[in-house]
Design a protein around this ligand. Structure first.
Ligand SMILES: *Cc1c(COP(=O)(O)O)cnc(C)c1O
Length: 710
């Protein structure tokens, strides 16, 4: 089967490989490739939100011109060589570790969302972005891994704030022609359509392919002719619809996804479900084995050996529970095929003392390997799920942990990457998970780190100004423009807070004592400004109220433009923020932040964290690489007041004085020391490369070690 591009891109012959580059997200983590696209048309590059497919479609004349530009051609050849090297060389970590023969097995990675790039909005937050970073690092390591997920033509919601600060949810249809996706087609050019059925329920699934370096991601799409209106809705929108729609989604993802891999002939031999949305995968693995003649016990034991489940949150809303009445109509025949009674079947998804079918409990019971996403989250998860193994001691509950990490090539700003290339050597990319390697950061002159940071800060503020001008032209009111950062200042200590507006993340904690905050940020000698961004779930009015509250404060003249709320947080804006703010703030209610990855992105960019000791920061904070705020613990009646007080004190007594302590060269050397510590300690330990290697060593290697090394 060959994928076929749905629309021909007319490129000059000499630049024909631009097509391969545009349709492989490899470019998104190689700054040389990003620069190449930007060079084609810098303005269109920015206004397209960095979308090379769109860019190439709209730059025909410019490309003809560039095909005779020697300087551009030299850059182009260099990028194409790097691309070919990275996607085909065999001197890779995986090959050295397992040998070439192991390549004929594959790890199948299932996720309801994949955050790969802003131009492909198949994610809502950290969970999806983690999945995207996982695939990118799998490609770097040459791990034979395939992703399985959904194509959502309406993606996730775009955020606009009304003049009253209320979040408006806007759904845009994805423009297929300009997305880096390819319809999977047969040799005769017809689209591959895969028939899915469960009992009497039948539907058709089309398949899209996304290239992420060496890795392929298969996206299922049910919004096609021949399906009923309700089935067409299944994949239109991420986390859209009611419970019954969610159930259909999860059946197609888990059961359909596995059947799709079999249908495509992909030699998947180890299965990883990223969060409970894909847990039906494990049931389908049992189903396959029982159909082949195994008993339930044998099927369970075999399934256990080849499966991993990652749980991502202790927050109850993150765990899907379906009423059994909702389940039964779909599974009548299937239960018979499993040779189970209805009770025995329902037992699979049963969590003690709970009604319904719990997707997390199902996965925990059937997957042989299980992990949480930070050390602390491991403890919290073992406590939370002790009930499934009541006979075991708490520390024996079989949930391990692997702390999340972020893809450095994607998230670290280009000036710093160039500095690393120059000062640490180009091999920093390969050596990135080796802590010893990063010791060299101490030898980089402060001025070079600081200047690289100032350039990222300038890019952030320029991009915000640029967006505000566009909003102003579209007719936004002055108050909206002001609230969104029109008065931000390059010279001022800038604190970033950007994440989903889930209430446990307490976006408004820093406003707990408004007068004190005012004194802090309006101090004329050492002013501070705050940038907020983040979406509330479309149905979450509490989250929207929080946004509105911050919007009003941002508009309030009493804060003199030192507070802003920037619309439409996505991966592109996240990149600018984690690279260009001076300090990253995070203050969730512990222990609800399972890991948190934006702080890892910031730290790897030399942007220190001021955060509650929860999730990754409990492991990452060393005392000299940022600021850690000890949570108060549940027993305190006014934890918000106490925790806010600790944040104010850290700002007043340490952070602000240090930032503004400039020597005659106007560089804050004390601050840069912390920046360097942030990079030195975070980059190796919280890189996705370290994370994926750990997944391989702890879990995936089981699939490869069965292959004799020649
Ligand atoms: C990294 C990232 C997240 C996750 O950040 P947390 O710190 O885990 O909340 C969410 N959304 C976007 C767009 C991101 O880039």
């Amino acid at each position: 089967m060959i994928p076929q591009k749905h629309q021909e891109l007319a490129l000059p012959e000499r630049l024909s490989r631009l097509k391969d580059l545009a349709y492989n997200l490899w470019w998104s983590w190689r700054h040389e490739a990003r620069f190449l696209f930007r060079e084609i048309d810098p303005i269109l590059w920015e206004s397209s939100n960095h979308n090379p497919v769109l860019l190439l479609h709209r730059s025909k004349d410019k490309l003809i011109q560039l095909s005779n530009d020697q300087r551009f051609l030299a850059h182009y050849d260099q990028v194409v060589d790097a691309f070919d090297h990275d996607t085909s060389c065999s001197d890779t970590w995986f090959e050295r570790r397992f040998g070439n023969d192991a390549r004929n097995r594959a790890i199948a990675y299932f996720s309801a969302e994949f955050g790969l790039h802003a131009s492909l909005p198949l994610y809502s937050g950290g969970l999806g972005i983690l999945a995207g970073d996982h695939l990118k690092s799998a490609s770097d390591l040459d791990l034979p891994l395939v992703g399985v997920g959904f194509m959502y033509p309406k993606g996730y919601v775009t955020q606009r704030l009304g003049a009253d600060g209320w979040q408006q949810n806007i759904y845009h249809d994805l423009n297929w022609d300009y997305a880096p996706i390819l319809p999977l087609c047969r040799p005769d050019g017809e689209r591959v359509i895969f028939d899915f059925s469960l009992g009497s329920w039948q539907l058709k699934v089309a398949v899209w392919l996304v290239h992420i370096g060496r890795v392929s991601l298969y996206l299922m799409d049910t919004n096609i002719d021949g399906n009923s209106p309700i089935d067409r809705e299944i994949t239109t929108q991420l986390y859209g619809g009611d419970h019954s729609m969610r159930l259909r989604q999860e059946i197609v993802l888990g059961i359909g996804g596995l059947r799709l891999l079999r249908f495509l002939g992909i030699p998947a031999s180890f299965f990883h479900a990223n969060e409970g949305h894909a847990s039906f995968l494990f049931v389908e693995l049992l189903h396959e084995k029982i159909a082949a003649g195994l008993s339930l016990a044998e099927a369970k034991s075999e399934t256990a050996q080849e499966t991993l489940f990652t749980t991502h949150t202790p927050v109850p809303a993150g765990h899907d529970v379906f009423e059994s009445q909702l389940l039964m109509p779909f599974f009548q025949d299937y239960i018979n095929e499993l040779n189970l009674t209805q009770e025995e079947f329902l037992e699979l998804g049963q969590s003690p003392n709970e009604v319904g079918w719990n997707m997390t409990a199902l996965a925990l019971k059937l997957a042989g390997h299980k992990n949480a996403v930070s050390k602390k989250h491991g403890e919290v998860s073992r406590e939370m799920w002790h009930k499934l193994w009541p006979e075991k001691a708490l520390h024996e509950v079989p949930i391990d942990y692997i702390t999340n990490g972020v893809h450095l090539g994607f998230w670290v700003q280009s000036d710093l990457q160039q500095l690393f290339n120059w000062r640490l050597g180009i091999h920093w990319v390969r050596a990135q998970d080796n802590p010893g390697f990063w010791e060299g950061i101490g030898n980089i002159p402060d001025q070079e780190i600081w200047n690289a940071h100032l350039r990222a800060k300038d890019r952030l503020l320029s991009i915000l100004e640029h967006r505000l001008k566009a909003r102003w032209q579209e007719g936004a009111e002055p108050g909206q423009i002001l609230a969104q950062g029109a008065l931000l200042d390059r010279e001022i200590l800038t604190i970033g807070f950007a994440r989903r507006f889930a209430t446990y993340k307490r976006a408004n904690l820093i406003f707990h004592d408004i007068e004190r905050l005012k004194r802090i940020i309006l101090n004329p000698a050492r002013p501070v400004q705050l940038i907020f961004a983040g979406k509330a779930h479309p149905a979450d009015n509490n989250g929207k109220a929080l946004i509105q509250q911050i919007f009003h404060l941002a508009k309030d003249p009493a804060f003199a433009g030192h507070i802003s709320f920037v619309e439409d947080y996505d991966m592109q804006l996240a990149r600018y923020l984690v690279q260009g703010c001076d300090l990253w703030l995070n203050n969730p209610i512990p222990p609800l932040e399972a890991c948190g990855t934006s702080g890892q992105k910031a730290a790897s960019n030399g942007v220190p964290n001021l955060s509650i000791l929860d999730g990754w920061w409990e492991e990452g904070f060393t005392g000299t690489n940022g600021w850690g705020i000890e949570g108060i613990g549940k027993e305190s009646s006014d934890r918000n007041a106490e925790e806010a007080d600790k944040i104010y004190r850290a700002l007043e007594s340490q952070i602000i004085p240090l930032f503004y302590d400039r020597s005659s060269d106007s560089i804050p050397h004390g601050w840069v020391k912390i920046m360097k510590e942030a990079i030195r300690t975070a980059a190796p330990r919280f890189s996705a490369q370290r994370m994926v290697k750990e997944y391989v060593e702890k879990f995936y290697s089981k699939a490869f070690e069965q292959v004799p090394v020649a």
